[in-house]
Structure formats: C-alpha cells, structure tokens
Design a protein around this ligand. Structure first.
Ligand code: GBH
Length: 487
C-alpha cells in the first residue's frame, strides 16, 4: 500500500517515461538510481541533432569585401533612425575573418550541426547575372572548416539580405522577377556546395521579413505597401521558395535535402483538453494560411481568400504547384506561443491575448511559453504528415551584463532553454518526428532593428575587441548535448 502510493507520486513527479525504469530502484530504496532513471526520462532520441545557428548579415561584417554587392539591410541600417543607435552590420561579429575561431567555439560546445546563411549579394552582387566566385569561396572555406571539425553544415539561402539591385529594379519581393532570380541563385549555390552541404533551407521566416519589411516597415526595405500589393508580395515570396526547391532538386547532388525555416504562429491550446487541442490545430492552418499552409497544401484556405477579398493575391494553378513542391523536411523557428481557445465562431477558435502581466524575456516581444516547443512540431506533424522536423531557431535575449569576474551568469536564459527543451523532449516521447534543434544563437550579434542592444548568444561578444566569452548558458547547452538529455 505504501509502495503503491509512493509509486504513484513518483510517477507524477518523474513523468511516465521514467516509470518502468525507476520503480525497482525506488522500491529497493535506492534514490540515486531512481533519479538517474528520472534523468533518462528527459533523454532525446539517439542521434538527435544538436546545433546552433546564425545568419549572414547578423554576424559576417566585411560588407565591402571580395566583391559583395550591397543588400537592402546595408541601405536600411545606414538610413538614420531605422536601427537602435544607428547600428549597422558593417562589422558585426567580424565572422567573415574569424570563422575559424567561431568553428572552434562550436566544437567546444559539442554541436553536431551549424545552421548559417549565405549572403545572396556575395554570390550574385547584382542579384542575378554574373556570379562572383570570390563570394562563394567564403562559404567553401566555411563549409570545409566545419566538416574538418565534424560539424554538419546546414545552409539557409535567404535570411533577409536581398541584393539592393533587386529592390531598386522592380521592388524586391513585390516583383515576380525576384522570385525567379532567387530560384537561379539557389540552383547555383546547390550546384557548387551540395557535394558537402546535405541540407538546404530556402527562406528564413516569411512571417518576419515580408510582414515587417513590406507591410509594417520596421525592417528592410522599410515599406508599408497597401493590402493588394502586399498580398502579392507574400505570394511572390512563397513562389520564390518553390522555385528554389525545384532549382535545388535540379542542380544538387543526389541525397541533398531541402526544406525551409519558418516562424509560424505557434498555436497552443490554453488548456490541454480535446476541444482546445482541436481548436489549436484549426488555428495552426488558418493563422499560417499565407505561408506554411499554402506551401503544405498547395492552396490558400477559403478563409484567407475571403479575408483578403478584393486584395487577394493573383496567382495561377501552376504557381500553386510550384509553391507546394514536396519538401524533405520542415524547419520551424519557435520563440513564443499564441494561446488558442475553442469557441463557436465559424472557424472554431479564438487567439487569447496575453494579459499585461504576461512574462517575457529581455526583448519585449519574447513572451514565454515552453509549450510552444511541444505543440509547434506536433501540429505540423499531425496536420501535414511531416516526417522530418527541425527546430531551426529557439533561444532568447537576456540583459547579459558581465559580472566582476568577467563572466555572464545568464540564469534566465538557462531557465528559458531548460523549460523549452523539456517540452521538446516531451514531443519526442510522443513520437513527434523532431530530428534536431538549433539554438539561436552561437554568439551575440546584430539584432536587426534592435541593433546590438538585445543579445541572444550562448557566447558574449565584446564588440570593441571582438572577444567571445562563453556564458553560463553555453555550459548548460554543452552538458545537455553531452548527455543527450535536458541538463
Ligand atoms: C528570428 O526572428 C530571426 O530569424 C533572427 O534573425 C533573429 O535574430 C531572432 O529571431 C531573434 O529575434 O519589434 O516588437 O515588432 C524571430 C521573429 C520577428 C521576432 C520580428 C521579433 C519583431 C517584433 N521576430 N519580431 S517587434
């Protein structure tokens, strides 16, 4: 009887996964073995791919070197008033020159994979036309260095640094020409790197660069297009993705995998009961209709077209086919949850706004909800039968002020990561096919409109000296990777 009760309590504390392994130790009164078993319950599947991520304009610097053309982020960050303190990516982390040292930081963490992005204007300074071999060479060097250190390169083709020439001629993503140029660029890169790069992401976060750059205007190119032109821009962005998928398949070595890295709206049930869980699934389709849903389903949802009415995008059935070209995997960037409740409205769900007391990390938009790392991949797998999912970004900003001993004790970041990873581990125990996780970011870097004020790194960067120092969270992440379990 006593045993029964303690077993039940133990099961509640440790979670179901630990139950069978832990019980004999508990019954035999060996608490050490019992806690080891509980730790095993937070273990990730064998071969889980632990990684870290950055993006070209945020870390590289060297904006005028080796024939790189200007990007819309050079123009935007050099426009007064657009970034905090007028920050630019001119130098950033000087990663262009320090990549070897940065690969050693990754090696010390023990990551198995590195997600970086390729700067389109290094490879095609004018966006299309003649390639610049010196630009591609940087990525050849980086990829070789990664492989020499046992780290798998995962390359993103577009993380927002659009060649300025494409913005000047035709309005960037507002123009179908940009989508087509993106396809050509993607095919060229795949042709030259796919002997060593086995995973490509087409586009990073439609949900950020299109919305913030072309509708709200707080990211490059800083436009506020009217709805019709804006929805057409959305359409051209997903079309560019599809054209890139096809170009990669046509030009890459066999076995090359293609996907995307999207910051979907992550719909989480307010309470985990059937009605709310179903509502969060419906919400996932509708709230991502303009990007992930059309990519997965090859059609805009009726509700999206009804919502945009006269301002709906113009498209052909052939476009939809290109947009929904089959993918090998889906990458999701996950930071915050959107809480959903069931209701009796026509769509059967309502997003619940956060109360003013809702907690967030240093960036005020970064509201905390570890469950996003459970429901995000779970809903993607369930709705679209996706078999291979990566968390392509997750992480947070902290105040990150070095202590007297020079170290950064970012216990809040560790709290954030531990809770999110616990929910990701829960997803893997429910057989959600999450294959890997890329922590954002390897090091502090240029945080777009926020400049250098919000730090997301596992390594602290002193921008005056370009010194990198591992934060306490780097130790947490290293230990998590070493154990293949939440530390
Ligand atoms: C990702 O965006 C990016 O891929 C990455 O480059 C970035 O460094 C990282 O996250 C951390 O931000 O200014 O209040 O209007 C995450 C999605 C979209 C979140 C833009 C912040 C701006 C909110 N981001 N959003 S606000």
């Amino acid at each position: 009887m006593d045993h029964d009760i303690s077993r039940r309590n133990f099961a509640r504390i440790a979670g179901l996964g630990a139950l069978s392994a832990a019980l004999p130790a508990v019954a035999a009164g060996k608490p050490e073995e019992a806690s080891a078993a509980a730790a095993r319950a937070r273990t990730f599947p064998r071969g889980f791919l632990w990684g870290t991520a950055t993006a070209s304009y945020q870390v590289e610097g060297a904006v005028n070197e080796d024939g790189r053309g200007p990007s819309i982020w050079d123009t935007f960050s050099h426009t007064p008033g657009k970034t905090v303190n007028g920050a630019t990516g001119d130098v950033a982390d000087d990663h262009y020159h320090r990549y070897k040292q940065d690969v050693q930081l990754m090696k010390a963490l023990g990551v198995k994979a590195y997600r970086f992005s390729i700067a389109w204007p290094r490879v095609f300074p004018q966006g299309s036309g003649s390639p610049n071999p010196k630009g591609l060479d940087f990525y050849n060097r980086l990829v070789d260095e990664l492989l020499a250190n046992g780290i798998a390169p995962f390359a993103t083709l577009y993380h927002w640094d659009l060649p300025q020439a494409l913005q000047d001629n035709g309005g960037g993503w507002e123009s179908r020409d940009t989508a087509e140029a993106f396809g050509r660029y993607a095919g060229y890169v795949a042709q030259h790197l796919s002997d060593r790069v086995k995973h490509f992401f087409t586009i990073n976060e439609f949900g950020a660069f299109v919305e913030l750059g072309y509708r709200i205007g707080i990211h490059a190119p800083g436009l506020q297009l009217p709805p019709g032109r804006f929805n057409q821009t959305r359409h051209h962005a997903v079309l560019g993705h599809g054209l890139a998928v096809q170009a990669i398949r046509a030009n890459a070595k066999p076995g090359t995998k293609v996907g995307l890295a999207e910051n979907m709206t992550i719909c989480c049930p307010v309470i985990e009961d059937d009605a709310n869980i179903r509502a969060a699934e419906r919400a996932t389709r509708e709230m991502n209709a303009q990007y992930m849903t059309v990519i997965q389903e090859g059609r805009y949802t009726d509700a999206y077209l009804a919502r945009t009415v006269a301002d709906s995008p113009k498209f052909t059935p052939a476009d939809l086919k290109v947009i929904s070209s089959p993918l090998d995997f889906v990458g999701i960037n996950i930071y915050t949850p959107t809480w959903i409740r069931a209701d009796d409205s026509p769509l059967g769900f309502t997003p619940v706004p956060n109360p003013s007391s809702y907690p967030h990390m240093a960036s005020s938009w970064l509201t905390i909800g570890p469950e996003a790392l459970y429901w995000g991949p779970r809903n993607v797998a369930k709705l679209w039968k996706v078999k291979e999912i990566y968390i392509t970004e997750n992480g947070c900003s902290s105040s990150d002020v070095p202590a007297a001993d020079g170290k950064v004790y970012d216990t809040d970041r560790i709290m954030y990561l531990r809770n999110y990873l616990t929910q990701l581990q829960r997803a893997t125990t429910d057989a959600v096919p999450v294959k890997g996780y890329f922590c954002w970011s390897l090091m502090d870097n240029f945080e777009w409109a926020d400049g250098y004020t919000n730090r997301f790194g596992l390594h602290y960067v002193d921008y005056a000296t370009q010194t990198r120092t591992p934060k306490l969270s780097a130790s947490f992440y290293r230990e998590t990777i070493r154990r293949n379990a939440v530390a």
